[in-house]
Design a protein. Structure first.
Length: 250
């Protein structure tokens, strides 16, 4: 990836941080985007030569300003749409506000960021767009209807866009992690403990049981799949949903 400029949204921690690290190790110039300025700037300590800027992916003006600033450094060759959020709630208690907030971050954010980089990619005849979806883009999970809807939407957009740009040197793929060792899973464990009285170990084991390998996925495993899709040699792989989930979905 020498000479390529990669932007990773939600790159301050968890999966996003692991992706930024993997792309940097592969030789790309990396820009880390996120809402928490302190967090993304702290990430630069392990990414010599990288750049960081704040963005709210759900806000069109914020996205436009961030990408216009970053494009001044060099054209953007790789975009990893990793920023996302999930809130659990039974469907009957899912408010319109929660529904819209979830779609704004996970789906509209992916749309807005992609629109900023796609014209340049098609003009230059090269680009890699990787959308971090979830196994929630491939199946349903109880109590996260809004999140499943948003991630299914991300996958649909991925497939449609891949066809539009198939002959323009740009690939568009989705990576779909299962339960991964991140703060999101830590929050899920805390909620299970609070609602059921189980121990944290029992709650974590329950989540891990969804994976036929009986474990949680690591952020580095997700990053490995993303890095592979971003390589120049991966030009024939587009419109795909790559599950990183130990066989949970096939």
């Amino acid at each position: 990836m020498q000479g390529l400029h990669a932007v990773v949204t939600g790159g301050g921690s968890g999966i996003g941080a692991a992706i930024a690290q993997a792309l940097h190790a592969a030789g790309a110039h990396v820009t880390v985007m996120g809402r928490d300025e302190a967090r993304i700037r702290a990430r630069l300590a392990s990414l010599p030569g990288a750049f960081a800027t704040t963005v709210d992916v759900s806000n069109a003006d914020s996205v436009r300003a961030a990408f216009e600033a970053v494009a001044l450094l060099s054209p953007i060759d790789i975009l990893v749409n990793n920023a996302g959020a999930v809130e659990t709630q039974p469907f009957g208690r899912t408010s319109l506000e929660l529904w819209q907030r979830t779609l704004d971050v996970n789906l509209t954010g992916t749309f807005l960021c992609t629109q900023q980089v796609l014209p340049g990619m098609t003009e230059r005849g090269f680009g890699r767009i990787v959308n971090i979806a979830s196994t929630a883009a491939l199946k349903g999970y109880a109590y996260v209807a809004a999140y499943c809807a948003a991630k299914h939407g991300v996958l649909g957009m991925t497939r449609a866009l891949a066809l539009e740009v198939a002959q323009k040197g740009v690939t568009v793929n989705a990576v779909c992690p299962g339960y991964t060792q991140t703060a999101i899973v830590d929050e899920a464990v805390a909620k299970i403990v609070a609602k059921t009285g189980r121990s944290a170990e029992q709650a974590r084991a329950e989540l891990a049981s969804a994976n036929p390998q009986g474990r949680l996925v690591t952020p580095q495993e997700v990053a490995g799949a993303v890095s592979w899709l971003c390589r120049r040699e991966s030009s024939a792989i587009t419109g795909q949903a790559i599950a990183v989930a130990g066989g949970e979905v096939m």
